[in-house]
Design a protein around this ligand. Sequence first.
Ligand SMILES: Nc1ncnc2c1ncn2[C@@H]1O[C@H](COP(=O)(O)OP(=O)(O)OP(=O)(O)O)[C@@H](O)[C@H]1O
Ligand SMILES: [Mg+2]
Length: 255
Amino acid sequence: MLSQQNVSFLDEELDIRSSRLIPLISYPHFSEREYKDRIIEMESLGITSIILGGKTIVNGAHIAGKGCVGIVVKAKAGSKVCALKIRRTDADRKAMDNEARLHKMANSKGVGPSLEGHTKNLIAMEFVTGQSIIDWVVGNKATKSKMCTISAAILEQCFSLDVAGLDHGELSRLARHVIVSDRPYIIDFESASTTRKTCNVTAAAQSILLYGIVANKVKKILGNTDREKVIHALRTYKHLHTRAKFDAVLDSLLL
Ligand SMILES: Nc1ncnc2c1ncn2[C@@H]1O[C@H](COP(=O)(O)OP(=O)(O)OP(=O)(O)O)[C@@H](O)[C@H]1O
Ligand SMILES: [Mg+2]
C-alpha cells in the first residue's frame, strides 16, 4: 500500500498529462513515444498526478531528486503519496526491472523505502520525507545519542544486506544513498548485486566513521571515535560476516 501523506502548501499538484510535466516525464530528451509509454505506465500504476516540490530543480521545476539513472518526483495514486523514479532517456540501462527486483529483495530484509510497483520505465515507492545524510549531519542538529542511533541503524541495515548476500554497491557514496527521516533509509538499488562479495557494512562504516565529510562531522559530534579500533573491527568483520564481528564494529562506534 502507498503511504498516506500530507502535501505541503508549497507543493504544486499537476495532472500527469499537464504540459508542464512533459520535460520531466521524458528527460532529458523528449521523445513522443517515450512520453506516451510513460503516461500509460503511470496509469497502470494508478498514478494520477505529480507534485512539484523539492530541493532539486530541473528545467525550472522543483523535484525530489535527480541522478544518472532517473529523476524522482512526488506523485499521487488517488489520495496516496509515493515517490516515482522515472528512467532518464539517456540512462545506461533499458529498463527498471533489475533495480526493482533488487529493491524488492532489500525490502524483504527490512531495508529501503517500500516498493509499491514498477513498470519498464518507472519505480513507485514509499516517499521518504527527510534529509540526505550529508544535510542531516551538516545541519548540526544531531545530538551525540541521536547520531549513534542513526549510525547504528544504518549499519544494522547494512549487516542485514550482507547476511542476505545483497551488495548495494554504492554505500561508499553514502551521502547520495541514505535519507534520514524518523529512521535512516538506504535508497537506490540500481547498482546492487547478488553475485558480488558483499561489503555494505565496510563501505558504510568507512563513510560514517573514517573518511569524508560525513565521517568528519560524525567524529566532531561523537568526539571520541577510536580510529584504530574501527579499522581493526572492520578488517576482522571483512573476513567473517558474523553477528559477533559486526557487534565489534558497532562497539567501535558506541565507545
Ligand atoms: N523514496 C524516495 N523518497 C524521497 N526522495 C527520494 C526517494 N528515492 C530517491 N529520492 C531522491 O532522488 C534522488 C535520486 O534518486 P536515486 O539515487 O534513486 O537516482 P539515481 O539516478 O540512481 O541516482 P545516482 O546517479 O546517484 O545513482 C535521491 O538522491 C533522493 O534525493
Ligand atoms: Mg543510482
